[in-house]
Design a protein around this ligand. Structure first.
Ligand code: FES
Ligand code: FES
Length: 127
């Protein structure tokens, strides 16, 4: 399968790989798995008191498209509010990376990871 140039760029130079302290109250963690292939993606967001995403890190165990999708969303979410980040659609990720149909689930994983991180943040802050 031929990867697009953007996928290869993110795969070779992934942005924001790493971890943050998940016990930090300002850090939200979203961990999701893709039933279609078993790949796992962890996305962490550092969120200000005003609800703005100040930093993002990811670790993905998966294919090039999954790594590229998570790398891309760490760039996209920075500076956004959690509401704006929650509106990022997998279709936009797939379009930006020119993913072929069999790789669409990799972009869904990234969308799900954002949503899972936001849910984690909300559950941490609803107490
Ligand atoms: Fe998951 Fe691609 S099948 S690594
Ligand atoms: Fe499964 Fe990419 S996340 S093949």
């Amino acid at each position: 399968m031929a990867y697009s140039e953007k996928v290869i760029d993110h795969y070779e130079n992934p942005r924001n790989v790493g971890s943050m302290d998940k016990n930090d109250p300002s850090v939200a963690t979203g961990m999701v798995g893709a039933p279609a292939c078993g790949d796992v993606m962890k996305l962490q967001l550092k969120i200000s008191d005003a609800g703005i995403i100040e930093d993002a890190k990811f670790k993905t165990y998966g294919c090039g498209s999954a790594i590229a999708s998570s790398s891309l969303v760490t760039e996209w979410v920075k500076g956004k509010s959690i509401d704006e980040a929650g509106q990022i659609k997998n279709t936009a990720i797939a379009e930006e990376l020119a993913l072929p149909p069999v790789k669409i689930h990799c972009s869904i994983l990234a969308e799900d990871a954002i949503k899972a991180a936001i849910e984690d943040y909300q559950s941490k802050h609803s107490k």
